[in-house]
Unconditional design. Structure first.
Lengths: 194, 93
């Protein structure tokens, strides 16, 4: 009995070591219908890897071209702005800020009321990598949380950090009844294509 | 005239094989280096676009295009020479 058992064990061990097909047949019936070579699946040939690198290169080229093309087209586009009232600006206390959108719902902006009561508004996208800037009341400046860039809350100029140019400026108009209106938005400094 | 022995032919085969492997690996390393350079170019393009440095965009796109062309040449033309067409002809019968 024990000799038969040990014989069976030896047989199974020998088979599993040398013949993988029986193991697959024992695990799931569908594997006999769709056989696959495990060793072959685990490896990538040199040719496949070269083709992958070629596709990656194409994707990087298309990405660079697309990004540059979009930036150039956006810069060439002549925008017309419709004046828009900034709701809640009148009630804004000095030394605080308010978020709004201008000129479209996609364009976030930030309105800052200085301690002297004057209003300043800027695009909220940091000019480094487009993170949203926030108003730091303690330092009275606009800060970017991503890479610790800082901007002057009156002019939008870069105080420190990696941003390469000032924030976009939203032109404001304070009307007779104290209402604050946004009337235009310009990309501060930087080169222009037009 | 001495006939080529089996042992001698195997030695020549392995010598040629080693050479071909070295060339194939060099090709692979070059491809990877070009990809890394292109990745850097893409990052520089994004940064230049956000900074409104438009004069830098065209050179960066051209550089990326050159890298792509180099990749294509490496994949389609720059291959280890076939042993059937070696100039020495030692593998041909």
């Amino acid at each position: 009995m024990s000799s038969k058992l040990s014989e069976t064990i030896d047989k199974v061990l020998t088979k599993s070591r040398h013949d993988d097909s029986d193991v697959r047949a024992a695990t799931a019936p569908y594997q006999t219908d769709f056989p696959h070579d495990r060793d072959e699946e685990a490896q990538v040939t040199r040719r496949e890897f070269c083709n992958f690198l070629g596709l990656t290169s194409a994707a990087l080229f298309v990405g660079a071209t697309g990004f540059a093309g979009k930036a150039a087209l956006d810069a060439r586009r002549a925008e017309t702005f419709t004046p828009a009232k900034i709701e809640g600006a009148q009630a804004l206390a000095p030394g605080t800020s308010l978020n709004f959108r201008y000129p479209t719902q996609k364009d976030t902006a930030i309105l800052v009321r200085s301690l002297d009561g004057s209003y300043h508004a800027f695009g909220q996208k940091c000019t480094h990598l487009s993170c949203p800037v926030y108003f730091d009341r303690h330092h009275q400046r606009l800060e970017c949380p991503c890479h610790e860039g800082a901007f002057d809350a009156r002019t939008g100029d870069v105080l420190h950090g990696p941003p390469p140019r000032p924030l976009d400026v939203v032109n404001l108009e304070v009307r007779g009844n104290g209402e604050v209106w946004a009337i235009g938005r310009i990309a501060a400094s930087g080169e222009r294509l037009i | 005239m001495h006939p080529i022995t089996t042992k001698g032919r195997d030695s020549m085969h392995s010598h040629a094989g080693r050479g071909r492997t070295a060339v194939a690996q060099a090709r692979l390393v070059l491809l990877i280096m070009v990809n890394v350079a292109q990745l850097w170019i893409l990052a520089a393009t994004v940064e230049a676009a956000l900074a409104h440095r438009f004069s830098a965009l065209l050179p960066l796109v051209i550089a990326s295009g050159i890298c792509f062309v180099v990749t294509l040449t490496l994949i389609f033309w720059w291959r280890p020479a076939s042993r059937h067409y070696t100039s020495s002809g030692y593998l041909k019968r």
